[in-house]
Design a binder for this molecule. Structure first.
Ligand code: MTE
Length: 324
């Protein structure tokens, strides 16, 4: 038998140890001289490192097999362009956040699932990913600011997370929350924003197949500026609904108030479905600039995804404000 002997520091501990313990131990070894005395052989063999510069433990899961159900009407946006034109207000309020976003430590990354569920849990992102089957989907993304991109996300449907979470039948909404650590993300010190970033979906939206939780993009783990290690992609809604770097999913009865809604309810509503006929109070939503080409295209109702999602809103048009 051909046995490949691993060197000491290559032992895949994360297969043996729960994720938060594994990463905490690595940080401990990195920061503590006494660790050398406790376990000299292991410590000497081990490169003294910080958890932040470990290779991404999920890298081997990409590229995921593409799901051909969702097709694009335009080319995928160049990765470099997409990765240098971002909204991530936790870092700053310009499009130029990529460099600052690299300060976000994405391991360990614990995700809480709580609220109206059979049993609340906290699970590491790598363990959660192991419970899911990753697939790739190409989606359009339409920002409320009237620009758009096209991306190849990798991840799993929100419906699979819901299935895993086992919510009670009385849960009506899924509330999602972004990390809130001002030490790594200076925008979080700007107290005029109602941090943390919150977004929500109704249960009918969350369990629609189009609602997707992305862990990767462009065939590899997602760049931090896109919201690593876990972000929402709901392409029939304006981009602000696609919450980044999620740390908590709560199943609730009351409709969650998103960060933008809390800041300016007259401009950013809960449903925020794309509709070219309903202007933003300060600008038209009739067309969009395709980032990367400069071309303008007419915007489509539900961003072109009406065949998959319009049914969710049947009968709601009269009483509800379904558009941003
Ligand atoms: N999520 C968090 N936590 N913080 C943000 O500032 N911006 C939103 C959304 N999710 C945002 C967020 C907006 S307005 C858009 S258009 C998209 O992220 C942008 O995603 P991208 O940078 O990957 O294109």
């Amino acid at each position: 038998m051909n046995v490949i002997r691993r060197r000491g520091w290559e032992i895949p501990e994360r297969e043996l140890t729960p994720e938060h313990l594994f990463f905490n131990r690595r940080s401990f070894l990195a920061g503590s001289a006494s660790a050398l005395a406790v376990a000299p052989a292991a410590a000497l063999a081990q490169r003294v490192t910080d958890a932040a510069d470990l290779p991404d433990p999920s890298a081997g899961l990409y590229p995921a097999k593409r799901n051909e159900k969702y097709v694009l009407d335009r080319p995928i946006t160049d990765e470099k362009i997409n990765g240098s034109y971002n909204n991530f207000y936790e870092f700053n309020s310009t499009k130029n956040v990529a460099a600052q976003a690299q300060a976000l430590p994405i391991r360990p990354w614990m995700v809480k699932i709580d609220g109206m569920v059979e049993k609340p849990i906290e699970i590491g992102i790598d363990e959660l990913m192991r419970k899911m089957t990753l697939e790739e989907r190409t989606y359009r993304h339409r920002c409320v600011e009237a620009w758009s991109m096209a991306i190849a996300w990798s991840g799993f449907p929100v419906a699979k997370l819901v299935e895993f979470a086992k919510p009670l039948s009385s849960a009506k909404y899924l509330r999602m929350e972004t990390f809130n650590n001002p030490k790594v993300a200076p925008g979080l010190k700007q107290s005029w924003y109602p941090w943390p970033y919150i977004e929500g979906l109704s249960m009918a939206e969350a369990t629609n197949d189009l609602a997707f939780l992305a862990t990767g993009a462009y065939g590899h783990p997602m760049a931090k500026q896109h919201g690593a290690p876990l972000r929402l992609a709901v392409p029939w809604k304006y981009g602000f609904k696609s919450i980044k770097s999620i740390v908590r999913f709560s199943f609730v009865e009351e409709r969650p108030k998103g960060m933008w809604e809390a800041l300016q309810a007259s401009e950013y509503g809960f449903w925020a479905n794309v509709n070219p006929e309903v202007p933003h109070p300060r600008w038209s939503q009739a067309s969009e600039e395709i980032i990367g080409t400069g071309e303008r295209k007419p915007t489509l109702k539900f961003n072109g995804y009406g065949e998959f999602v319009a049914d969710i809103y049947k009968g709601m048009e009269s009483g509800e404000r379904l558009w941003a």
